[in-house]
Design a protein around this ligand. Structure first.
Ligand SMILES: Nc1ncnc2c1ncn2[C@@H]1O[C@H](COP(=O)(O)OP(=O)(O)OP(=O)(O)O)[C@@H](O)[C@H]1O
Ligand SMILES: [Mg+2]
Length: 165
């Protein structure tokens, strides 16, 4: 299956604040139907990005979200940020891609905003049209490398993710 993928950017995130700042910029781009895949090994910062996005949207919606739990066990956490709901999804514990469909993810993917940790677990159900971030450890404890790819019909605006861009 042809799946068009273009690397938009590779950024070095020098510390936690740099990762949180990327999450803030990402939050500002989101529209209903967006799928953001967050790949990377354990502890590389996928949840840090998801929490940063949720915190930023909560601030603009004046919604109180003191607690942003990791969905490691619940698999999905929902936040209402009209005009969409945001679904923070963590598929680490899913055994087979078919199990994911029981969560109703296809509806979220179409109508809402989905932030997906361990998106590889979806196999062929991973939406083709998505922004795909892949995190890697850097040279030090506190730094990370992130590669940002647009896949399928993801729109082109996202060079704005560059710091100060
Ligand atoms: N530059 C950085 N960016 C992101 N996280 C960082 C950075 N520097 C240090 N950290 C730390 O790395 C950890 C990242 O944890 P996080 O839970 O986000 O990882 P994860 O990719 O979601 O892992 P998992 O696969 O277990 O869900 C946090 O403890 C965070 O404080
Ligand atoms: Mg996580």
């Amino acid at each position: 299956m042809a799946n068009d993928q273009t690397v938009l950017l590779t950024l070095k995130l020098a510390d936690l604040a740099a990762t949180e700042s990327l999450a803030n910029r990402l939050a500002g781009l989101l529209k209903p139907g967006d799928v953001i895949a967050l790949s990377g090994e354990l502890g590389t910062g996928k949840t840090v990005i998801a929490r940063g996005v949720i915190r930023a949207l909560a601030a603009t919606h004046t919604v109180d979200v003191d607690d942003i739990p990791s969905p490691t066990f619940t698999l999905v956490q929902q936040y209402d940020f009209p005009p969409f709901s945001l679904f923070h999804i963590d598929l680490y514990r899913i055994d087979s891609p078919g199990d994911v469909l029981e969560l109703g993810v296809e509806d979220f993917f179409a109508e809402d905003v989905s932030l997906i940790e361990w998106p590889e677990r979806l196999g062929a159900y991973l939406p083709e049209d998505r922004l795909h971030l892949t995190l890697q450890a850097g040279d030090h404890d506190r730094d990370r490398i992130v590669q940002i790819e647009k896949c399928g019909a993801w729109r082109d605006q996202d060079l704005e993710l560059t710091p100060d861009g």
